[in-house]
Design a protein around this ligand. Structure first.
Ligand code: NAD
Ligand code: ZN
Length: 362
């Protein structure tokens, strides 16, 4: 078993990573000082596969635990589902001494965490993330929340979990697209923070893509360490945490223009990272060799690096702009080499337009 410490003063906690950890969940939670009753809020599909095992591990350690199923899908990350969770919590008699366990991808983690943050002004929660994206990204950092019809993640809170349990063997049942979308965030971590990790991902792509547990454990650990290190220095996203947005400026614009239907999040981010790298290469920050290595790595992990028939002007208009900055400038995270990025508002619209045109098919 491996452990990554999320260092946040009195809100510090452990992210435990190891094969078979779900079966040991009860003992881990006891170790974190939890006691009493809990509601396991599970993505329905994931609950069917791993719910019984988690419940029996919790009951085996003397916890009272009940399963609550969420309909799978981003469209259910809503206040409506949150209200159903609150009702289930009341029915089971959860009080301020109780806690929530989330079981599923980022959707289950975000909504269960939000319910925990708000129920009786906040109770503890534990994350058991089951997609690669949730294991390396959504479950680290304490951002929880739900969507409104008007926009994603508009309602939310910072609520750090008591701990995170990651069992890489659950990745065996994940479909291949969901796996790739997680690898986009993994590759992002390597580009923003660790050239050696980037080299590891280059060398071990076959092992990683076949989800070899030992290799996945190592990847999940390194990615959690990188994200946890950044969050520890900027919990409330006032500065440094921005570098985690590498690839997300254009990625979000692609998701907006395509109505979140054409690409999974990680795929849009992969195209966004390809674009940001091209911008950095054009401006002379990133060498041609490093640019080519980034593109090749994304492709190796089954991610797109060009976009389909997206109207260029529409995409440019959808790029999120910082309203506080003069002239509403777009903020880009650009690589200056593999393992190091910087944040800038100084990318001219002409360069973005040229790169986006270049990266568009059709
Ligand atoms: N809080 C944060 O900091 C943060 C960061 C990134 C993303 N997010 C959020 O995470 C969400 C996306 O998360 P996601 O990509 O994990 O999506 P998801 O939770 O919708 O899961 C994707 C699909 O995989 C299935 N699934 C999950 N684990 C499985 C397993 N082990 N085997 C088989 N099927 C499995 C689910 O049923 C679902 O259909 C978004 O709502 C996003 O806003 C939050
Ligand atoms: Zn992302």
């Amino acid at each position: 078993m491996r452990a990554v410490r999320m260092r946040l003063g009195e809100r510090s906690y452990d992210i435990l990573i190891g094969r078979g950890l779900i079966a040991k969940a009860g003992r881990c939670l006891r170790g974190w000082g939890l006691d009493g009753s809990c509601l396991v809020v599970a993505d329905r599909k994931v609950g069917r596969i791993y719910g019984a095992k988690l419940l029996s591990a919790l009951k085996g350690s003397g916890f009272t635990a009940k399963l609550f199923s969420l309909p799978p899908g981003e469209e259910h990350k809503t206040l409506h589902e949150t209200e159903r969770i609150y009702r289930a919590m009341l029915e089971v008699g959860l009080d301020r001494a109780s806690f929530i366990v989330s079981l599923g991808g980022g959707v289950a983690g975000d909504i269960a965490g939000f319910a925990a943050a708000t129920y009786m002004r906040g109770i503890p929660f534990v994350q058991v993330p089951t997609t690669l994206l949730a294991q390396v990204d959504a479950s680290v950092g304490g951002k929880v929340g739900v969507n409104l019809r008007e926009g994603k993640n508009l309602i939310g809170a910072f609520h750090q979990p008591r701990g995170v349990l990651i069992d890489p063997s659950v990745l065996a049942t994940l479909d291949r697209w969901q796996l790739s979308t997680g690898f986009a965030e993994v590759i992002k971590h390597a580009i923003i923070a660790d050239a050696r990790y980037f080299g590891f991902l280059e060398k071990n792509s076959a092992r990683a893509l076949s989800r070899e547990p030992a290799c996945m454990e190592r990847i999940i650990m390194r990615s959690c360490e990188i994200k946890a290190g950044i969050v520890a220095r900027d919990e409330r996203e006032s500065g440094l945490r921005m570098i985690l947005n590498f690839g997300h400026t254009i990625g979000h614009a692609i998701e907006t223009v395509t109505g979140y239907r054409l690409y999974l999040h990680g795929e849009a981010v992969a195209i966004g990272m390809a674009c940001a790298s091209a911008v950095a290469a054009r401006l002379g920050y990133l060498s041609g060799g490093s640019h080519r290595r980034i593109i090749a790595l994304l492709q190796k992990y089954g991610l797109p690096v060009r976009m389909e028939k997206i109207p260029v002007e529409k995409l440019l208009r959808a790029i999120p702009r910082d309203k506080k900055a003069r002239g509403g400038k777009a903020r880009f995270v650009l690589p200056e080499r593999i393992g190091r990025v910087f944040v800038t508002e100084g990318v001219g619209e002409d360069i973005i337009r040229a790169v986006v045109k270049d990266m568009s098919r059709g």
